[in-house]
Design a protein. Structure first.
Length: 348
C-alpha cells in the first residue's frame, strides 16, 4: 500500500475485552485492515492498546480511535483516551449496524465488528468526542436506580395481591413484603431529592428541563431521563437519528409482491429512553388536541391502538429534541405552522 492518508483504530467493546482492528487508506483511496489484537477492558489493557497502536501506525499521519456507544462498557476507555489527548469518535450503534449491511460480510463476530467499525471510520467524516458533563451521568444513574426501585415495588405489590387472593395467606409474609415496600418508598424519595439537588447545582440543565416540561404530557422525570440517556443529545444530529437510538424507528421487510412483512418498531435502541416515553404519550393523547387527533387518525386507519400510541411516543421524543435545539418553550401552534409551511411549499 502507498503512503497512508488516514488511519483508524476500530474497537469493538465488550464487558471484559476490547477487540481492535487497525485500518488505513492510501492516496488512491484503497483501504485495508492490516493488524488485529484483543486487549482486556481495564486501565492496564488501555495502556497496552495505545502502545500497540502507536507502534503499528505512522506517527506523521493523524490517528483516530473509533468505537460504538455500547451501554457503559466503553466509557472508561473513552475517558482514558480523552485524557491522553487521543483523537476519538464514538458512534451510535444503529449507524454501525446500517453500515454493516452494506458490506459483503456473512459472519457476525467481534472480529468482523471491529473491522466494520474501522472501515466505517475510514469512509465517514467523524466528529471528535468530548467528555459529557458529569451531571448527565449522575442523572442517568439516578433515573435508572429509580426505575429499578419502581419495578421491584410493583413485583412486591403483585405478590401481596396474589397472596391475599389465595385460600390461606401468610400474614407474616405479607407484613415482610410491606416492610420492603416501605423501604423502597424511602429510597425512591431519597433518589428524587438527589435529582433535585443535582438540578439546583446546574442552572443551565435546570432551565432545559423546565423548557422540555412545557410539552404536553412531559413531566420532570421524563425530561431528566431523556437528557440523561442522551448525554444532553451529545451524539444526536437529527430527529431520525434520535428515534433510531431509542428503538422507535419502523422496520419493514418488503420485496416484490410475495414478501411483505408487517411494519414494526425496531426496539434496537436505548430501552430506558423508549420506556420513558410511554406514559407521557398517553397523557398527551388525553390532554393535547393535536396528539389526540394523530392518535384518532392512526387508530381509524389500522385499528391498533398501541401502534398509534407508539407513533405519538415518536412524535413527542422528536418534539423534545426540537425544543432543546431551539432552546424555546413548546408552541402549541407548532404543528399548525408546520402544516402552513408545507402547504405554501406545495403551492410554490
Amino acid at each position: 500500500m502507498k503512503n497512508a492518508i488516514r488511519q483508524i483504530v476500530g474497537i469493538d467493546v465488550a464487558q471484559d475485552e476490547l477487540v481492535v482492528c487497525l485500518s488505513r487508506m492510501d492516496e488512491e483511496l484503497h483501504q485495508e485492515c492490516y493488524a488485529r489484537k484483543v486487549f482486556t477492558n481495564n486501565v492496564k489493557g488501555f495502556g497496552f492498546l495505545t502502545q500497540w497502536a502507536s507502534k503499528h501506525t505512522d506517527a506523521a499521519v493523524e490517528l483516530r480511535y473509533v468505537m460504538e456507544a455500547t451501554g457503559v462498557y466503553h466509557e472508561n476507555l473513552a475517558y482514558y483516551l480523552e485524557e491522553k489527548g487521543c483523537l476519538l469518535s464514538i458512534v451510535l450503534p444503529n449507524k454501525i449496524s446500517n453500515f454493516f449491511r452494506t458490506l459483503d460480510v456473512k459472519t457476525v463476530t467481534d472480529k468482523t465488528a471491529a473491522e466494520t467499525i474501522a472501515f466505517f471510520g475510514l469512509t465517514r467524516k467523524l466528529t471528535d468526542w468530548k467528555k459529557p458533563r458529569p451531571i448527565f451521568q449522575q442523572l442517568r444513574q439516578l433515573t435508572r436506580e429509580r426505575g429499578q426501585i419502581i419495578d421491584e415495588r410493583t413485583v412486591l405489590k403483585n405478590q401481596i395481591h396474589a397472596q391475599k387472593a389465595g385460600a390461606k395467606c401468610s400474614e407474616s409474609s405479607i407484613a415482610r413484603s410491606k416492610k420492603r415496600i416501605d423501604l423502597l418508598n424511602k429510597q425512591e424519595k431519597e433518589v428524587r431529592e438527589e435529582m433535585d439537588q443535582a438540578l439546583k447545582g446546574d442552572g443551565e440543565v435546570k432551565k432545559l428541563v423546565k423548557i422540555i416540561c412545557t410539552i404536553p404530557g412531559v413531566g420532570l422525570l421524563t425530561a431528566i431521563t431523556v437528557l440523561a440517556e442522551t448525554n444532553g443529545f451529545d451524539l444526536i444530529r437529527s430527529k431520525k437519528q434520535l428515534t433510531s437510538y431509542a428503538g422507535l424507528d419502523v422496520r419493514e421487510k418488503q420485496s416484490g409482491t410475495s414478501v411483505k412483512g408487517k411494519p414494526r418498531i425496531s426496539k434496537r435502541g436505548n430501552k430506558y429512553l423508549r420506556k420513558s416515553m410511554h406514559l407521557p404519550a398517553l397523557a398527551a393523547i388525553r390532554h393535547d388536541e393535536r396528539y389526540k387527533a394523530i392518535f384518532a387518525r392512526l387508530v381509524a386507519r389500522h385499528g391498533i391502538k398501541m401502534k398509534a400510541v407508539v407513533a405519538v411516543q415518536r412524535k413527542l421524543l422528536e418534539m423534545i429534541y426540537t425544543v432543546f435545539k431551539k432552546n424555546e418553550e413548546y408552541d402549541k401552534n407548532y404543528f399548525l405552522h408546520q402544516d402552513e409551511k408545507n402547504e405554501a411549499a406545495i403551492k410554490n
